[in-house]
Design a protein. Sequence first.
Length: 295
Amino acid sequence: MVRHLGLLAALMAALFLASPAACGGDNQGTELKVVASIFPLADFARNVGQDKIEVITLLPPGADPHSYDPKPGQVRDMAEARVFIKNGAGLESWAEKLVSAADHHLVEIDTSEGIELIIDDKSNPHIWLDPVLAQEQVRDIRDALIEVDPQNREFYQENAQRYLAELDLLAAEIRRKVNTFSTTNFIAFHPAWSHFARRFGLSEVAVIESRHSIEPLTPSHLAKVIERGKHEGVRVIFAKLKATPRAKQTVKDVAAEIDAEVIYLDPMGGPGLEDRDTYLNLMRYNLERISQAME
C-alpha cells in the first residue's frame, strides 16, 4: 500500500530542512532518493531503479529489525527521501518517528499489504524470505518508483521484469533442492522461516522464541518444544547467525536433548557480507546450509 504524508509532516520537514545541519550533502545528486527499512528491500529497489535512484538502508547488518533504535542522522535521510519502503506487518514500528519528520511528498510503501500472512500469536512479518512473496514486494517498489518518476516508467518496468524472472529461477532452484531432502521437519529458534517453509513444503514443528522480546525460556515451554521435537523426529534446528550467546546456548541445549544439528542462518544479509551481499546471494547462502542439514 502507498501512503502520502500530511500537512503537519510537511511543516516539520520544512523546519528541519531549513536548518544548517539539513543542507548540502547527500541531496546534491540527481538520483531519486529512496529509503528502505531493511537490506532485502533495499536490494529489490536497486535492481528496479539501478542508476536512477540512490538507496539508503536504515537497518545496519546484524541489527534486530524488531527492536532497532533509529540514529539521528537517519531523520535527515528520511526527510530528504521521495520514497520510503517498509516491509510492514509490524516489523518496523520504530520507523514511525522517522516518517513523522518526512516531507509531505514522501511516498510510503507497505509491501505486506495484500499478502496473506501467517498468523500465530501475531502476524509473521518475514515475507521477504519467500521469493514468491518477494516478487509482490518488487512489484510494489516498481509501482512506487513509477508514481514518483513517471518519465522513467519503461526503465523501471523492464528492470523489474528481469529481476522477477531471476526470482522465478531462485524459487525453482529451491524447489529442486527441497525435493532431495530426506527430512522436512525442523525447529526454529525464531519464526523467521515460516513463510519460506509454507512455500516449499517444510514443516516448522516448534518455535523456541515464539514472539520477539519475550523470553519463552520457562522449563515448561522448553519441555514442550523438546517433546514435540522428539515426537516428530526433528534432526535440524534453525538459529539466527547473529543470535545472542544466551539464545545460542538455549538452542544447543534443545539440540542435545533431541539429538539435532543446529544450523545458523542469516535472514537479512547486508552490503560487504561475504556470500550475502545481495538478496539472491543471501537466499542461496541459506539454502546451501539448509540443504547440507536436511538432504
